[in-house]
Design a protein around this ligand. Structure first.
Ligand code: C2E
Ligand code: MG
Ligand code: MG
Ligand code: MG
Length: 294
């Protein structure tokens, strides 16, 4: 009996694994030409300053629209791009897109905010990374202080000496560094003190827990309070990501988070939709947020 179901279980597992390996192989192959076939695009999600309601930043998020598979989730194709090394040219392209777009928003709407771009550990570890960023800024004519790079804790923990050097140079250029998904990686807190980091982004899971029934909210409250307190002491800004409800917005504002991002404000948008937001004026201020504050 047990043997029988065990055998079945193994076979089912094999089949699932085969299917996934097969899918990954297909996606790796298809991703090879995705850039040249113009299947990749970048959308931008607004990040608001919670006190003024201003549109302070937008996060560049990569999208892949495959002619047969449709929209492939970044959760699926980013790990594939990282495993195959394709994230290096693709990530370079995203930074170029974001810088060009950011400069257009500055020129056309007088926007003074920053574009923030996710950078994979492997991309960041490339010897040429720093000079690429420098060159992209020059070519796009985006001021360096209008570019921010998001790195995860794990990326920052990789090679302390070289991370310190690259971040130091970026910081000197004026590029801001944000720790993404803060609180979920394997890291020590010392890097917050030792590295030139300007901002931490509290992971969405903590914001989720504030109002979810799965876990007691007091843990999330304690963790977010502690993160904000550490950030204050180290003079870091705090972004809360994944705000989906008004209750979550009120909570993170009360905890003292500086910026908010999430579906409650806006989904990631095509560049034209961001332009419309900026066109509506008050340098893109969030109407209902600023109204409530005034
Ligand atoms: P991330 O950097 O933590 O980005 C935030 C993700 O949360 C985005 O998912 C965004 O659409 C989603 N999100 C924002 N607000 C909400 C909300 O209120 N509720 C929920 N449920 N989700 C929300 P997306 O675009 O699917 O990207 C997933 C991840 O893929 C990103 O997580 C990032 O790690 C990676 N990624 C995306 N674009 C790039 C890229 O250009 N380069 C690299 N290296 N990674 C990227
Ligand atoms: Mg991010
Ligand atoms: Mg994040
Ligand atoms: Mg995340």
């Amino acid at each position: 009996q047990i043997k029988h179901s065990g055998k079945n279980g193994v076979r089912r597992f094999d089949a699932a694994l085969d299917a996934e390996l097969e899918r990954n192989a297909v996606l790796t192959r298809e991703l090879q030409s995705a850039l040249s076939k113009e299947q990749l695009s970048v959308v931008y999600q607004p990040i608001y300053h919670l006190e003024s309601g201003e549109l302070s930043k937008v996060e560049a998020l990569l999208r892949w629209t495959h002619p047969q598979f449709g929209a492939v989730s970044p959760g699926v194709f980013i790990p594939i791009a990282e495993a195959s090394g394709q994230i290096v040219p693709i990530g370079r392209w995203v930074i170029q897109q974001a810088c060009n777009q950011g400069r257009r928003w500055r020129e056309d709407y007088g926007w003074t905010g920053t574009v923030t771009v996710n950078v994979s550990p492997m991309q960041f570890a490339q010897p040429g990374f720093l000079s690429e960023v420098r060159q992209t800024l020059l070519l796009s004519k985006l001021p360096a202080h209008c570019l921010e790079l998001e790195l995860t804790e794990n990326a920052l923990m990789q090679n302390p000496a070289s991370v310190q050097r690259v971040l130091g140079s970026l910081r000197q250029l004026g590029v801001e560094i944000t720790v993404d998904d803060f609180g979920t990686g394997y890291s020590s807190l010392a890097y917050l003190r030792d590295l030139p980091i300007g901002c931490v982004k509290i992971d969405r899971s903590f914001i989720d827990d504030l109002t979810s029934l799965r876990r007691a909210p007091q843990y999330a409250v304690a963790l977010i309070t502690a993160i904000v307190s550490i950030a204050r002491t180290l003079n870091l800004r705090v972004v809360a990501e994944g705000i989906e409800t008004h209750a979550q917005l009120e909570a993170v504002r009360n905890f003292g988070c500086d910026f908010g991002q999430g579906y409650f404000f806006s989904r990631p948008l095509d560049p034209d939709r961001v332009s419309e937001l900026l066109d509506r004026g008050q340098p893109g201020a969030l109407p209902h947020l600023s109204k409530r504050l005034n």
